[in-house]
Design a protein around this ligand. Structure first.
Ligand code: B4P
Length: 190
């Protein structure tokens, strides 16, 4: 079973590339950003707490997001050939939590794909998305905060998987198809 993580800064194209991988490999796509937006849409207690953090450009608490992800994995149990975890883990603590979560379900990670895009392009993409997405976190002040949080908390997660030889850095510039081809090549070389 192929279980992969797609990581990268906000706007690096994690969601975009995940959708293409789903179509190609029949994987189950679990985006923690989507799970949180679903809760916010329902205005559930989790959604209300998440909104507060997301609008500040901060990450939601590790325990909250880990619980939400575990529930989503269990809900999909038996119906997937592999998982794409999009936007999780975003902290080293989440990476440790994920190890335990997967071990308990006799699963493991094959590869972490880290999509690398220069900051100016990230800001450009997110501002463009903000024109139509209606996402309250796609504005310049929040984008800058999200990028700081990414460098401080998420970048170190790469080392966690690099040490396990489960890491591939992917150039995230160019067309969506070019980037997809780089990811598929990395997966084939695993
Ligand atoms: P996410 O939903 O993961 O949002 P993202 O990082 O902004 O999006 P992504 O990288 O998927 O970008 P996309 O493909 O859409 O997280 C939102 C928030 O939720 C976080 O800030 C955090 O607060 C919270 N959260 C989520 N997971 C969490 C966790 N594990 N722990 C704690 N908190 C968590 O691409 C962006 C845009 O670029 C799109 O408009 C797309 O069309 C465009 N694009 C993509 N590829 C392109 C290309 N090659 N060229 C030009 N444009 C491109």
């Amino acid at each position: 079973m192929l279980n992969i993580i797609i990581c990268g800064a906000p706007g690096s194209g994690k969601g975009t590339q995940s959708e293409l991988l789903v179509a190609r490999f029949g994987l189950k796509h679990l985006s923690t950003g989507d799970l949180l937006r679903e809760e916010m849409g329902k205005n559930s207690p989790i959604g209300q707490e998440a909104r507060h953090h997301i609008e500040q450009g901060q990450l939601v608490p590790d325990e909250m997001i880990a619980r939400l992800l575990a529930q989503a994995i269990d809900k999909a149990a038996g119906e997937f050939r592999g998982l794409i975890l999009d936007g999780f883990p975003r902290t080293v603590t989440q990476a440790e939590m994920l190890e335990e979560m997967l071990k308990a379900r006799k699963l493991d990670i094959g590869l972490m794909i880290d999509i690398d895009v220069p900051e100016a392009e990230l800001i450009d993409r997110l501002l463009k998305r903000g024109e139509s997405s209606g996402r309250s976190d796609d504005n310049i002040d929040t984008i800058r905060k999200r990028l700081c949080v990414y460098h401080e908390k998420t970048k170190p997660v790469s080392d966690f998987y690099r040490k396990q030889n489960k890491y591939a850095a992917i150039d995230g510039t160019g067309s969506i198809d070019q980037i997809q081809a780089r990811i598929v090549k990395a997966l084939q070389e695993t």
